[in-house]
Design a protein around this ligand. Structure first.
Ligand code: SF4
Ligand code: SF4
Length: 494
């Protein structure tokens, strides 16, 4: 189908979705153990509120979100806490403190898990707080706490909630499967999220290569008959599902450079997050599970699996028929923006939308590519959805020229990997930009540290000067009194 481009540049990619999308969602049987990472993908960790040896039920809070970028973690399995320790984890840093729970087969549900009876009476602020308590986080891949995003959007008076059902990354189809099987949950969740954000309207955006999902969501919207809710069918162009690009496509506004969607009056949430919000509202369930695509040529039966958060990835792969051929790499996410996983023993996180069991056929050509110098063809600039000049960014990254990197808008790079994809010189541009961003952040952190140290030094000097002045004044006043003994004795005699 000819697609009308709705944001600058981008590219229609081979989707590879048919491998996993043909079968219904499989429910993973409860695993004997779950490993719950307290960093669920944002780099910020929740704080444990249980101890080793403690019995927990499904839904018991095990880690509290003390930071706005961390999400509360709940036991996804009834059993005993057997360890709280740092382990390899499916997060960008590769490691996280984890709470390990051995199941006791009781299937006991925590008393706090019950339908939200007072949903209609909750104010937006109360709704946001309840979603925070329930550990609801973005299921589209970032894992950012939903409550924090909503609160920020409310403060800035966001008018539109965009529900992201674009799912543009190749290989991944868990959102598509969810929209087809649970469209009512998606739409109910959309209404709750709209109210929590105090937004006037909600647009559910779905790419035009998902006709069954479009039909299911259309029917669900018709059943609910809420005029604030509309559906936007967008072209299947990568990276249509990136927040900024989707907002430009369906709302027609640009998120300012260096800003957030709320700065343009919009808040964006994923369709799976909306379904999780509906689960919480109708069953009182905190975020205990998610649907994840298990795909790639290295797995026997690619498909979509609903699994408890913390379930070992090996259990999900086994539920998909196990390994086939020789997997080259295990990747969290799709082929464009995914990240290599340390092993299949790590636990499923809230932010993991895909386990890509990649073989040489799937990714070998990119892994084995030999970089040659840039030939200045300009192809990378032609596809960049952020309107950047990757070739110039690359030169600045090589030179570690921080000011130039900032001027060229490195912070607006959305890490989509399209520049790599088209580069005839096989240069891994996105990797270089990720490293450059990290170096910029480190330099900014160092500069901040130096400024803090200077301020502390200045304060200490001022305190020392004040103390010295006070000491001098005391000395002078004692000395003055000592020089007037007669005056004092005259006073005494009165
Ligand atoms: S990775 Fe960054 S620079 Fe490359 S195409 Fe995507 S947004 Fe542009
Ligand atoms: S696509 Fe590759 S070779 Fe072409 S200008 Fe960009 S970096 Fe250079």
């Amino acid at each position: 189908m000819a697609a009308r481009p709705t944001f600058p540049a981008g590219l229609a990619l081979d989707a590879h979705k048919q491998q996993a999308c043909g079968t219904p969602i499989v429910e993973l049987p409860l695993p004997p153990q779950v490993v719950l990472a307290l960093d669920q993908g944002t780099g910020y960790s929740a704080e444990p509120v249980v101890t080793v040896g403690e019995a927990v039920a499904a839904g018991t809070l095990v880690a509290h979100a003390g930071h706005p970028y961390a999400s509360a973690v709940h036991a996804s399995l009834a059993g005993i806490v057997v360890a709280i320790e740092t382990r390899e984890a499916a997060v960008p840093s590769g490691r996280s403190v984890c709470i390990v729970i051995d199941g006791n087969a009781s299937n006991r549900i925590d008393d706090s898990v019950r339908p939200v009876a007072d949903l209609a009476a909750l104010s937006p602020d109360e709704l946001v707080q309840r979603l925070r308590d329930a550990g609801i986080a973005g299921l589209g891949g970032a894992g950012f706490p939903t409550a924090t995003k909503l609160a920020y959007a409310r403060n800035l008076g966001a008018h539109t909630l965009v529900l992201n059902g674009a799912e543009c990354e190749p290989w991944i189809c868990c959102d598509d499967a969810l929209m087809r099987s649970a469209a009512d949950d998606v739409v109910l969740g959309a209404l709750i999220l709209r109210r929590a954000a105090s937004a006037e309207r909600c647009v559910i955006a779905i790419e035009d290569d998902k006709p069954a999902a479009i039909a299911a969501v259309t029917s669900a919207i018709e059943r609910l008959r809420d005029e604030a809710l509309t559906l936007a069918v967008v072209p299947a162009v990568y990276p249509q599902g990136a927040e900024r690009q989707l907002i430009t496509a369906v709302v027609g506004v640009e998120v300012p450079a260096g800003g957030l969607p709320a700065d343009a009056g919009v808040v964006c949430q994923n369709v799976a997050t909306a379904a999780a919000v509906a689960h919480w509202a109708t069953r009182g369930e905190p975020m205990l599970s998610r649907v994840v695509t298990v795909t790639g040529s290295g797995v026997e039966h690619p498909g979509n699996v609903r699994a408890p958060i913390g379930a070992p990835l090996a259990a999900l792969i086994a539920a998909s028929g196990g390994y086939r051929d020789t997997p080259l790499r295990l990747i969290a996410g799709g082929s464009m923006t995914g990240r290599a996983l340390p092993s299949d023993e790590v636990g499923l996180t809230k932010s993991m939308n895909c386990i890509f069991v990649a073989t040489r056929d799937d990714i070998g050509s990119r892994l084995e590519a030999v970089e040659v110098p840039c030939i200045r063809c300009g192809d990378c600039a032609g596809v960049c959805p952020a309107g950047l000049l990757p070739q110039q960014l690359l030169r600045a990254a090589h030179a570690d020229a921080h000011d130039t990197l900032r001027q060229l808008g490195l912070s607006d790079c959305i890490d989509c990997g399209l520049c790599d994809y088209v580069c005839p010189s096989q240069i891994l541009l996105a990797d270089r930009f990720r490293d450059a961003r990290r170096r910029l952040q480190e330099a900014a952190a160092m500069a901040q540290k130096a400024a803090d140290a200077r301020e502390r030094h200045g304060l200490r000097k001022r305190r020392q000067q004040e103390a010295a002045t006070a000491e001098q004044q005391t000395f002078e006043s004692v000395r003055d009194r000592a020089r007037r003994p007669d005056d004092d004795s005259a006073g005494d005699s009165n």
